[in-house]
Design a protein around this ligand. Structure first.
Ligand SMILES: NC(=O)C1=CN([C@@H]2O[C@H](COP(=O)(O)OP(=O)(O)OC[C@H]3O[C@@H](n4cnc5c(N)ncnc54)[C@H](OP(=O)(O)O)[C@@H]3O)[C@@H](O)[C@H]2O)[C@@H](O)CC1
Ligand SMILES: Nc1ncnc2c1ncn2[C@@H]1O[C@H](COP(=O)(O)OP(=O)(O)O)[C@@H](O)[C@H]1O
Ligand SMILES: [K+]
Length: 517
């Protein structure tokens, strides 16, 4: 799913009114009617008090349309105008008049937090104060109002975006933002729903289709894309009947040191489980017995070093190499890594200590093959590109880094983001059970395994991250957050593949069932 920028959304609105020959007021009516339908379907006429807080722009206009429709359908509605500015939008004003014609219970105009009504935990708040038009910090009294929303503990539904969040700038004041239980966003989710510093402002979100011009939606390129099953399915490479293991590449996983051989084993097993034809683990001598006895499918090549790698040499031709897991940063290992890069021409996935060594010796970056994949967690990323002040600056720095070195950078986290030059692909699978030792090693193996099977490095990263998270989501059903460990993610990888082709369950049609004999 495309994630449109604020500018693109405004342009989509404009083009839609032009091409569909409707007014912006009609588009607002259509958009807010979707919100009404959403609520009506769930509430079924329930008389829960609904408090709708409207700003004076188009987000407020949406709130007024919603309020009018709820009133017409007999809901228990109270409407407030958060009067934060003298400049009202045209469609706000039109809908302000319309609601006055609909009910005698006119909106209450709030000019300070003084007039804040009593709201009980079982009530519902609709937040239509600011939308994507926020361009400066809200006034203190408006921030106070948002704090009162939170203190009321009422279910809070935000329209389009939690008020107080910018679409393209970091948070300035944590207290000047609405904490939404749910956000109904028009046409496109907003990037801020997925970034670590701002995701917390809405627990859940959903996109409502408001009929923006189809051509505009399909033809407009976005910098950001959300990756779910729909996006990865076209990447999948089916297998031919007469395929043999030579068709699926030979993965080499290089890493490990005394006490950290397991990392190589996890990455090697996941490379094989992701579909690679052959896997060789390259490790220091101390790991030979453990890998050979517990993982019979792997071939093993030992370094001359006993406890750490000191001279990388092998006589195979790997299709893809994953390097760095559990490798350590002993002086000999750093020298071996440096020498390896000089001679290497295979596609690379670099993780863990390979990234830490690159961070220490940035001149080595120019030795990486084009479109190598690096998979840092936040600490490793910071060592590599330096500190950032907020999520937006982090993305800018990573984009610049990717461009400068022609690298695919995976920013790992709750929503891992694959960055290649200007483009960002946000993953939607995965869960907090993955915050466990070795889950990153498994990912390294999967991505390397996919490259070995002929996936382009960018596709392998996007698809690999998706499969890794999906596999953990499936494993979660058996193990729960606490007991999920990295090995489980490998065991359910097959289910993650099969899930790609699962059809949604058909809905049961009660009336068509045969009566029992
Ligand atoms: N396709 C779609 O997505 C559709 C979207 N629609 C809806 O439109 C919403 C965007 O509406 P919007 O442009 O009128 O902006 P909104 O957020 O209501 O702000 C209002 C104005 O407030 C001002 N202002 C800004 N910051 C301020 C501050 N701190 N303190 C005081 N004032 C401040 C600023 O004006 P300024 O004062 O800068 O001139 C701003 O313009 C969008 O989120 C969605 O809900 C649908 O209706 C139709 C289809
Ligand atoms: N809360 C979370 N939600 C989703 N995925 C997560 C979460 N926490 C961690 N992960 C994923 O788990 C993996 C952890 O990788 P990493 O930190 O390198 O672990 P390790 O070094 O132990 O192998 C990453 O792919 C990350 O995206
Ligand atoms: K809002």
């Amino acid at each position: 799913m495309k994630v449109f920028s604020k500018e693109q959304i405004y342009e989509g609105d404009r083009l839609t009114t032009e091409r569909q020959e409707i007014s912006s007021t009609e588009l607002m009516e259509r958009a807010a009617t979707q919100i009404f339908n959403w609520m009506h379907l769930r509430m079924q006429g329930a008389q829960v008090p609904v408090h709708i807080f409207c700003g004076i722009g188009n987000n407020g206009g949406d709130g007024l349309v919603l309020a009018r429709q709820l009133v017409i359908h007999g809901y228990n509605v109270k409407t407030y105008i958060v009067n934060y500015s003298e400049t009202r939008s045209k469609d706000f004003l039109i809908n302000y008049e319309r609601i006055k014609d609909t009910t005698k219970d006119w909106p209450v105009v709030l000019n300070s937090a003084e007039g804040f009504p009593e709201i009980y935990p079982d009530d519902i708040i609709v937040d239509a104060v600011f939308g994507i038009g926020l361009n400066r910090p809200p006034a203190d009294w408006v921030a106070d109002l948002f704090q009162k929303f939170k203190a009321s503990e009422a279910f809070t539904l935000s329209i389009d975006i939690p008020s107080g969040l910018y679409t393209d700038k970091p948070v300035e004041d944590e207290n000047a933002i609405v904490y939404a239980n749910y956000t109904l966003s028009f046409q496109s989710p907003k990037l801020v729903f997925f970034l670590p510093e701002t995701a917390k402002y809405t627990i859940q979100w959903e996109v409502l289709d408001i009929g923006i011009d189809r051509d505009y939606l399909t033809q407009t390129e976005t910098e950001v894309e959300l990756i779910s099953k729909f996006e990865v399915l076209p990447l999948y490479k089916p297998r031919q009947k007469f395929a043999h293991k030579g068709d699926f590449g030979h993965v080499l996983i290089i890493g490990g040191s005394f006490g950290k051989i397991g990392a190589v084993q996890l990455a090697s097993r996941s490379a094989l489980s992701s579909g690679a034809g052959l896997v060789t683990s390259y490790i220091p001598q101390c790991g030979y017995n453990s890998i050979q006895s517990s993982f019979p499918e792997a071939m093993v090549i030992c370094d001359d070093g006993d406890k750490a790698i000191k001279d990388i040499h092998f006589n195979i031709e790997p299709t893809a190499i994953g390097i760095g897991v559990g490798m350590g940063q002993a002086a000999d290992t750093i020298a071996a890594f440096e020498a390896f890069l000089k001679g290497n021409e295979s596609p690379l996935v670099l993780d863990a200590d390979a990234i830490n060594i690159l961070a220490k010796k940035k001149t080595l970056l120019k030795r990486l093959p084009q479109q190598s994949v690096i998979t840092p967690h936040p600490k490793e990323l910071e060592r590599l590109i330096g500190k950032w002040s907020d999520d937006f600056e982090k993305l800018e720095k990573v984009k610049a880094f990717s461009k400068a070195h022609d690298l695919i950078v995976l920013i790992k986290g709750a929503h891992s983001i694959t960055v290649y030059k200007e483009k960002q692909y946000i993953n939607t699978t995965g869960n907090p059970g993955m915050a466990t030792a070795g889950s990153g090693d498994v990912l390294t193996g999967i991505i390397t395994g996919l490259i070995a099977q002929g996936y382009e490095p960018l596709a392998a990263t996007i698809f690999g991250v998706y499969l890794h998270g999906k596999s953990a989501d499936i494993a979660l059903e058996d193990y729960g957050y606490q007991s999920l460990i990295a090995s489980h993610i490998i065991e359910t990888l097959g289910d993650a593949y099969m899930d790609l082709f699962k059809q949604p369950e058909p809905e049961e049609k009660q009336e068509e069932q045969e009566p029992e004999q």
